[in-house]
Structures are given as C-alpha cells and as structure tokens.
Design a protein around this ligand. Structure first.
Ligand code: AMP
Length: 192
C-alpha cells in the first residue's frame, strides 16, 4: 500500500489522499501540509521555505528532502503511505528512490488525477488559501506544466501510472480509487 498521488494543483489528490489514508489506516504524507505546518511553527526550515510557498515556487530540494527524511523516520510509515505533492520533478523522483531505498521501502504505484484545466482554475480560486491569488495560481499551474508534467511520461513508460478521471464528484473518485487500487495493486496500467 505505497502510493504517490500526482496531479495539477486543484486536481483533488489531497482530498482523496486524506480520505483513503484514513480508511486504510496509513499516513497521508503531504509535503504541502508539512511545509505549511513548518512555516506556521516558525521552524528553521519553515522560515527558509516561506517565500517559495507563498509565491507558488518550488521549495529547494535540500529543504524538502530534509523534511521528507524526517517523516520517513516515523514508525507509522511501516505498513504503507500515500505521498501527496512529492515528487514534483524528475530530480525529486531520484531523491525519493534514494530515500525509499535507505528506509527499505517498496517502490510505490503512481496515481495520476486527470482534470481539465478550466475545472482546475475554478477549484483553485474557491480554496481561499494564502497562495491562492490568481497570479500565484497561474504560477503554480506553470510550474506544474514545466516541472511536474514530464514525470507522467516517465512513469507511464515504466508501467507504473494509474490514471484516474478526477473530473467527477469526490465521492465517485473515492469509490473508483478504492476499487482499482486495492484490486490492481500489482497491475501494469489502469485507467479508473
Ligand atoms: P501543495 O499543497 O502540494 O500544492 O504545495 C504547496 C506549495 O508547497 C507548493 O506550491 C510549493 O511551494 C511547496 N511544495 C510542496 N511540495 C513540494 C515539493 N515536492 N517540492 C518543492 N516544493 C513543494
């Protein structure tokens, strides 16, 4: 039960990760949440990350890697996890592979949330977060297109990509994810 949830900002991966993690009793590891908490608590890493998060830029790898390593030090990751928001670049995929190897964790399956761009913008503007002004949302989409989207082809080639139609009600998405992920844990390629 090791999954990476991948998708554009607003695709619903965070919502689904939190629902399924609770149902399956495994941790939902959201790098965005880890960063927001670190910023709110004024930790050393949080202070360094603040400007990047507030302006919709990617936090430097050294910062996010340190936070992720700390998270994989916790005992609750032993029986599975859903990683949401990491990796966001090809370099981060390699960083994650190294972390997982160091912690003797299995190779995760990748779930990609497909949502048309018009639906994404509406969802993002509805959120009302501090990094939610229109200009910053646009930057986050651009960063996703430039840096994160190339990961999709990479994972697809490896036969690790499970595509989910995220343009449905949250309830429908949860249902199809539950069916597909539990049944097809070791399958090659599925669309749900
Ligand atoms: P999220 O909640 O996943 O949309 O993340 C919110 C913000 O946190 C992003 O816009 C980035 O500034 C930062 N962030 C989250 N995950 C990462 C990551 N893997 N690499 C770099 N920055 C990240």
């Amino acid at each position: 039960m090791q999954f990476i949830f991948l998708g554009s900002p607003g695709a619903g991966k965070g919502t689904q990760a939190s629902i399924l993690a609770e149902r399956w009793r495994i941790p939902h590891i959201s790098t965005g949440d880890i960063l927001r908490t670190a910023i709110a608590n004024r930790t050393r890493l949080g202070i360094k990350a603040e400007t990047y998060v507030k302006t919709g830029k990617l936090v430097p790898n050294s910062l996010i890697t340190a936070m992720l390593r700390e998270r994989f030090d916790e005992p609750d990751v032993e029986h599975g996890w859903i990683l949401d928001g990491f990796p966001r670049t090809l370099v981060q995929d390699q960083i994650l592979s190294d972390i997982l190897a160091a912690y003797q964790q299995p190779c995760p399956q990748i779930v990609w949330f497909e949502v048309p761009v018009e639906a994404l913008v509406v969802r993002m503007l509805d959120r009302g977060r501090q990094d939610g002004t229109e200009a910053i949302i646009r930057r986050r989409f651009q960063v996703y297109q430039d840096d994160t989207a190339p990961l999709l082809g990479f994972y697809e080639q490896q036969g690790r990509l499970i595509k989910v139609d995220g343009n449905r009600s949250p309830h429908h998405v949860t249902q199809s994810l539950e069916n597909a992920l539990l049944v097809n844990q070791h399958s090659q390629l599925v669309s749900v």
